[in-house]
Design a protein around this ligand. Structure first.
Ligand code: GFB
Length: 322
């Protein structure tokens, strides 16, 4: 199998900087690394360290000198945020990635794991999508700014491998969900948006709700704890230039996932669809054969994952980003 990591797995006593450690996936990775005995985890909130500020990033690396880095910090959002704020998505993400990876190269970071997204692939890529389909067709217009930034990140990882010989790697997850997600009405991804919408409707006794689009596109949903587990697996076992897809191997239509969330929430009203809102790409199911060959399997059942996320949402709704 190309890319087997021939060196030892990560030393749990080396410092690991988790960029974005308070975000949806960064916080899950932090929990997973802690649980696995990593005892020198380093994190900075965006208020403490603005990763778009190159000088501040280099000062941080000069002072902390982490041995390994997980680059989970990014400007992220659902289809509406991506399609209405393309400047923010391309500019913020390019600056975050370039600053962190330039400083990591400068200060001898050994292992760096860069996280992207399944939206890097062509809008009409054959399904399920294999890693080699990257750059074989036009992107989905609603998120091409974000996609180009993430593709640039993959190429910068490959450039560091070529120019400096560092075992840096990239992982491309499908749509993620779980505790710590963004539940805001406009900026959120679809699954947290549905949880919030149906829970509000149930509480208010509404007879119906309106979802965006047609409900026909298909999406794959990976629980963020499975993503964190896959990231640690890749850090310990993978050393290849090509990015690695991380997903579940199965997808649902937006209408199907909407019915599952409504059932878990206990909302039994009418579900209507606002066709004036964008559908986005028709499907983006990832082929995870490469990751399976590396010995990893997803474990969290979708309905159980949604149920636990609904539980987390209800316990935290007063204090989270809505
Ligand atoms: O998660 P989402 O916003 O983004 O899903 P993508 C959008 C799909 O869900 C579209 C439908 O088909 C929407 O029409 N949808 C229905 C809703 N109701 C809602 C709602 O209330 N909110 C939202 N957000 N969608 C994103 C990319 O694409 O995937 C990002 O834009 C990133 O860059 C992310 O890659 C993983 O899955 O379409």
């Amino acid at each position: 199998m190309t890319g087997e990591y021939t060196q030892k797995s990560l030393d749990r006593s080396d410092a690991v900087y988790v960029a974005g450690h308070r975000g949806l996936v960064g916080s899950a990775i932090w929990r997973r690394l802690e649980a696995d005995g990593f005892n020198r985890l380093v994190g900075r909130t965006s208020a403490e360290l603005d990763l778009r500020d190159r000088g501040a990033v280099f000062e941080f690396f000069a002072a902390e000198r982490p041995k390994n880095v997980v680059l989970a910090a990014a400007r992220v959002g659902g289809i509406l945020a991506n399609s209405t704020l393309p400047v923010d998505f391309i500019s913020d993400n390019l600056r975050i990635q370039v600053n962190v990876m330039d400083a990591a190269a400068e200060f001898d970071v050994d292992r760096l794991l860069f996280l992207g997204s399944s939206c890097i692939y062509p809008k009409f890529a054959p399904q399920p999508i294999r890693e080699e389909y990257l750059l074989t067709g036009h992107l989905e217009p609603t998120n091409d700014a974000y996609a180009i930034a993430k593709i640039a990140g993959i190429l910068q990882v490959q450039a560091v491998r070529k120019q400096f010989g560092r075992p840096w790697i990239s992982a491309m997850p499908t749509n993620l969900y779980g505790p710590g997600d963004n539940f805001s009405a406009k900026g959120s991804h679809v699954l947290p948006a549905l949880i919030r919408r149906f829970d509000d409707a149930r509480r208010d006794g509404a007879a119906s709700v309106v979802n965006w689009g047609s409900g026909t596109p298909r999406r794959e949903f990976l629980h963020v704890d499975d993503m964190a587990d896959a990231c640690l697996h890749l850090l310990d076992h993978y050393d290849g230039a090509e990015h690695v897809n991380v997903g579940t191997g199965e997808d649902q239509s937006i209408a199907e996932i909407s019915a599952i969330v409504a059932d878990e929430i206990g909302f039994d009203g009418e579900i209507e669809w606002d066709h004036s809102k964008p559908d986005g790409t028709p499907r983006k199911l990832l082929d995870i054969g490469k990751l399976r060959d590396l010995g990893w399997q997803p474990r969290i059942d979708l309905r159980a994952g949604i149920a636990s996320t609904v539980e987390w949402y209800r316990q935290n709704v007063d204090s989270i980003r809505t």
